[in-house]
Design a protein. Structure first.
Length: 169
């Protein structure tokens, strides 16, 4: 059986799984936020980094990338997104205008690694000092910002954090 998965963070640029189709897509009612702790990729259990999750906000649009995958790929993605993320199915619009149901990995306040909101300055400071087995948290943010620009996507939260990192460099 084939499934659609929506990527809005590192799944945009770190594609370490097989897929049958890939195209830009968006979902409605969600926005990207650096509110999830990362104990296993961009931080450690003692000093978690910050990675993106989605927050429900009526009227918002989140752009990302859709992947058509086989059922077996979920084993890899479930392991990759294991630190507090859960699967949620949501309507998604593909770049070719088809409406499909997509699985998206979301981490909310009910998980052990959720860090929640802080000021942009505090989030940027946190990101700037964090590092984990997958590399620096700074690299994660900068690569995401670059990837969104390449897609022609404007994300104020991501770009404001990026600007703060450069102000502190």
């Amino acid at each position: 059986m084939l499934h659609w998965v929506f990527g809005y963070g590192s799944l945009i640029y770190k594609v370490d799984f097989p897929y049958l189709a890939r195209q830009p897509a968006h979902i409605l009612g969600w926005e990207r936020r650096f509110w999830q702790g990362s104990h296993d990729h961009r931080g450690t259990p003692e000093a978690p980094g910050r990675v993106v999750t989605l927050v429900e906000v009526a009227g918002q649009r989140c752009d990302g990338v859709a992947y058509c995958i086989s059922e077996s790929v979920f084993e890899h993605l479930d392991h990759r997104e294991k630190n507090g993320y859960r699967r949620v199915d949501t309507p998604m619009t593909l770049a070719d205008r088809r409406e499909v149901t997509a699985t998206v990995y979301i981490a909310d306040e009910r998980n052990h690694a959720f860090l929640g909101p802080e000021t942009l300055y505090e989030i940027a400071q946190h990101i700037d000092r964090s590092h984990g087995p997958s590399g620096s948290n700074r690299e994660y943010l900068l690569t995401l910002a670059e990837s969104l620009r390449e897609m022609g996507v404007h994300d104020q939260h991501v770009f404001d954090l990026e600007a703060l990192l450069f102000d502190n460099a």
